[in-house]
Ligand binder design. Structure first.
Ligand code: UGA
Length: 430
């Protein structure tokens, strides 16, 4: 019977799975976290957190009595009525989401004692996947397993806050009672709960990410026009953001969005539409603007330095945004390879991501501190707006740089202050 199983299972202990499991434990639930990576599970069992997320090690330690880490799917289905799926759904070469890890879990179900379970999808899966999986569950004769779509809206770097104080909780279900049980897990949270069918829940996730990405590409294009007409995009964004219908968020112009979500989800939504025969024109532009935005920095450098052959450029920040070690689809990767393609030497410093960067930015000289990175450089590009870069040691930098040029790819610095220190400053659209 459902009531005999006390725990909540989480399958796939990557970024989303670990945050979800830990926060569910914080809400008072007993959580069994399962992953096929035995090394990771052993590490977590020892209290070591394999990713960088502010506050996560502390929250994990606080809740360790309510958390079990295992490599056994059997344990999860034995002890848990509600089982979250949080496995990776990376993009395939066509831009569709790769669901092989989801189906790997499905294929193991017939060998397990599955009956009266609720499977909750946290991974971002294409619209229609839930219905496909429900059909597959029926075909596999797994006993009664209800399927729920419960997309996540966590941002890396602020994931714990996003989980504990969400803007909304979305629950897509066919079976009202199963949906009620999942909603009950979150009853301590104060947030509107959107109850709907499965495809609508799946679409809310894609539409939200695609809209946010559109906002960024939009403001980036406005920034590019601002540069031509002498306007300042940061003030334009402030002025726009005061309009309640627009809102102030996600209007920071810069060198483009990256990360494991926006690039993947925007492309996947374009594919989902395309697979139905609908051509989602707007998203093509969002993607293209984002690609070009990363390359515009190279033109800015050429404008000041001429040909970049044998010039040395320092990148400040490699992670796709601050407070994460994640380099997936980071603008730094494209920028570094474009610069090296132009014959430049590239050095880089990041407060957190350096140990993870060697493979992602091959050929870049990775430095342990900011001053070693900028020494001897012809220009510095601020790529990630880490707090540490808010107060740059400008005087020291000027003394050891070959040429005092700063391209501020995130409009993070105070132009007047940087210019007063004797630098040439260029931001994005200001
Ligand atoms: C994003 C969404 O914000 C989350 O709601 C969602 O849950 C998550 O994707 C996901 O689908 O899992 P995340 O990728 O962690 O979260 O990061 P964001 O803070 O959204 O930033 C994404 C990128 O946009 C970064 O490269 C950031 O630098 C860039 N960005 C963001 C801008 O260039 N300008 C802005 O104004 C905001």
């Amino acid at each position: 019977m459902r009531s005999e199983k006390k725990g909540v299972g989480v399958i796939g202990i990557g970024y989303v799975g670990l945050v979800t499991g830990t926060c569910l434990a914080e809400l008072g639930h007993h959580v069994i976290c399962m992953d096929i990576d035995a090394e990771k599970i052993a590490q977590l069992g020892e209290g070591e957190v394999p990713i960088y997320e502010p506050g996560l090690p502390e929250l994990l330690e606080k809740n360790q009595e309510r958390m079990i880490f295992t490599t056994s799917l059997e344990d999860v289905f034995e002890d848990c009525e509600i089982v979250y799926i949080a496995v990776d759904t990376p993009p395939t070469f066509t831009g569709d989401a790769d669901l092989s890890r989801v189906f790997q879990v499905m294929s193991a179900l017939p060998g397990l004692s599955t009956d009266d379970h609720i499977m909750v999808m946290k991974s971002t899966v294409p619209v229609g996947t839930g219905n496909k999986i429900s059909a597959e569950l029926a075909r596999l004769e797994t006993g009664n397993i209800d399927y729920i779509s419960n997309p996540e809206f966590l941002r890396e770097g602020s994931a714990l806050g996003d989980f504990m104080e969400p803007d909304r909780i979305v629950i897509g279900s066919r079976n009202q009672e199963a949906g009620d049980k999942v909603a009950a897990l979150y009853e301590k949270l104060e947030a509107p709960v959107v109850r709907t069918n499965i495809p609508t829940a799946e679409m809310i996730k894609y539409a939200s990410n695609a809209f946010l990405a559109t906002k960024i590409s939009f403001i980036n294009e406005i920034a590019n026009v601002c540069e031509e007409v002498g306007a300042d995009v940061t003030i334009v964004a402030d002025g726009m953001g005061l309009d309640k219908r627009i809102g102030p968020h996600f209007l920071n112009a810069g060198i483009g969005f990256g990360g494991s979500c926006f690039p993947k989800d925007v492309t996947a939504l374009k594919q989902i539409a395309g697979n139905t025969g609908y051509h989602f024109q707007l998203l093509n532009a969002v993607i293209e603007v984002n690609e070009l935005q990363k390359r515009r920095v190279v033109n800015k450098l050429r404008k000041h330095l001429g040909p970049l052959t044998d010039k040395t450029i320092a990148l400040l920040g490699l992670a796709f945004k601050p407070n994460t070690s994640d380099l997936r689809e980071a603008s730094s990767i494209v920028l570094a390879s474009r610069l090296m393609g132009d014959g430049a030497y590239v050095k880089a410093y990041d407060p957190v991501a350096i140990p993870y960067a060697a493979k992602a930015v091959r050929g870049v000289l990775l430095c342990d501190d900011l001053l070693s990175a900028v020494e001897g450089c012809d220009a510095v590009v601020l790529v990630t707006e880490w707090d540490e870069f808010a107060e740059l040691p400008l005087e020291k930098m000027k003394k050891i740089m070959n040429n005092p040029l700063i391209i501020d790819g995130r409009n993070f610095l105070d132009p007047q202050q940087v210019r007063a220190a004797g630098f040439t400053y260029e931001g994005i659209g200001r």
